[in-house]
Design a protein around this ligand. Structure first.
Ligand code: FCB
Length: 442
């Protein structure tokens, strides 16, 4: 069996990604907390509660874990509702707390990447119509400026908005996120306002900090026509990809947000992206289905025979990572994998999922595509939105009642990769033996 080591370039960022509401606990002043209080919104009535208790200080021990296992970067988000608890009030203590966290990362040799918006809105903003309100982009930019001013000493790598496509889709089409609407027009309005908010925030950050690198984290989900009449299935697949995957980043190139119903001109968005953040988890097959007008005549499903995660939420298709990176390189700016991971409580799949996806990143790196880092979702099990605590994405498990962290084998698999800045034959053989014939053919 031929052996090899798949090396990454010096300085490659290896980290994990988290978000404030999912890890901090007691985020009582945002729309998600209120949503969790409504019956039927979160599976089994589960609540974020204390989450991973980072607001109580447990970020320290979790950052130690990241450091000890060779991670040199961490992506976290800050909570708008804590920093601006009311429209006319800034909370300097909250900013101090975030400053301490970022300093804590630096002290551990970990480069921070800060996300300003990861699905949650302050309650006061939600009450004013959230992202449907045309004033929200400017309000967002004001908050971003305030927060970036406070944190710029410790951070140059910024994400304005996490997954605006998922936010609009889940909150305004599927109705699974607050505000729970099923209204295509509202979804497109929110989408457009998020482009505007991003563009304004981009400029605010650059005014403050010349060396800033500002981008987005987009959920990119390849859509493959299913067949057998592939040419017919190609139509909904293409419309879906253009809208869900491509509309937002394309608008930042030419100022045109192309929605299926119309094109919205947002000239101020042109050139407001220094890198492209991609979140890749899985891909879908698409079939034309004329009985589903509300889903734009598309039926989506996983490739037949694909290996599925614990609850069937994710199909393990590592080649999709390569496909996404190939698409991303078309933007001719640096690329960062800002999320990738799988829910897997007993860790039977994660080590292989992790290794095979990173192998695809390596393939892309070897074509000299400008990929600068990989952030695994996530460090410790955390509150998984409407799916509550039923999905376990952590390298470490979490006992929600005792706050105890449980080390999964994936911790060591990822540590070996981060520490060697490479995927070695030994790592694959030890943690993902089933992948050996695929990764080392011959
Ligand atoms: C992404 C979200 C993140 C987490 C993972 C599993 O879509 O950005 O918060 O829920 O999925």
């Amino acid at each position: 069996m031929p052996q090899a080591t798949f090396h990454f370039p010096p300085g490659f960022l290896w980290g994990t990604a988290t978000s404030s509401h999912q890890v901090e606990g007691n985020n009582k002043n945002n729309d998600w907390w209120a949503w969790e209080e409504q019956p039927g919104r979160v599976i089994n009535g589960q609540r974020s509660g204390l989450a991973c208790d980072w607001w109580g200080g447990r970020w320290r021990e979790d950052f130690d874990r990241a450091k000890e296992t060779g991670q040199n970067a961490h992506r976290l988000s800050i909570e708008w509702s804590r920093i601006q608890p009311a429209p006319d009030r800034w909370d300097e203590d909250a900013l101090d707390r975030y400053r301490a966290m970022l300093r804590g990362l630096h002290e551990r040799g970990i480069t921070p990447m800060v996300t300003f918006h990861h699905f949650c809105n302050p309650l006061w903003l939600a009450e004013r119509g959230g992202w449907e309100n045309e004033e929200t982009p400017a309000l967002f930019a004001r908050y971003v400026r305030k927060a970036a001013e406070a944190l710029q000493e410790y951070c140059t790598l910024w994400i304005t908005i996490n997954e605006p496509n998922v936010f609009a889709f889940e909150g305004y089409l599927e109705g699974l996120f607050p505000p729970g609407k099923k209204d295509l027009k509202a979804a497109f309005l929110v989408f457009a306002n998020m482009v505007r908010g991003h563009a304004l925030a981009y400029r605010e950050i650059h005014q403050l900090q010349r060396e800033a690198r500002v981008g987005l984290a987009l959920n990119i989900r390849p859509l493959h026509p299913a067949g057998p009449l592939t040419f017919l299935d190609a139509i909904p697949a293409r419309i879906g990809a253009r809208t869900f995957n491509e509309a937002f980043p394309n608008a930042l190139v030419d100022g045109k947000l192309r929605l299926p119903t119309r094109t919205v001109r947002i000239p101020e968005a042109v050139g407001t992206q220094d890198f492209l953040g991609v979140n890749y988890y899985t891909l879908d097959m698409v079939r034309l289905n004329l009985l589903r007008p509300s889903e734009m005549f598309a039926e989506r499903f996983y490739p037949p025979g694909a290996e599925l995660s614990d609850t069937g939420f994710i199909a393990n298709v590592p080649e999709g990572m390569f496909e996404v990176l190939k698409w991303a390189k078309g933007f001719r700016i640096p690329i960062i994998v800002t999320e990738n991971g799988v829910e897997d409580a007993d860790d039977h799949l994660r080590p292989r999922y992790l290794i095979e996806h990173i192998h695809q990143v390596w393939r892309a790196v070897n074509f000299n595509w400008p990929i600068k880092g990989y952030f695994h979702w996530t460090l410790v099990d955390n509150f998984e939105w409407e799916r509550g605590w039923t999905q376990r994405f952590g390298l470490w498990g979490l006992d929600v009642d005792t706050q105890q962290r449980i080390r999964r084998p994936s911790v060591d698999a990822y540590a070996a990769i981060c520490k060697q800045n490479a995927v070695s034959y030994e790592t694959v053989e030890k943690f993902a033996p089933q992948a050996v014939p695929r990764m080392f053919p011959g």
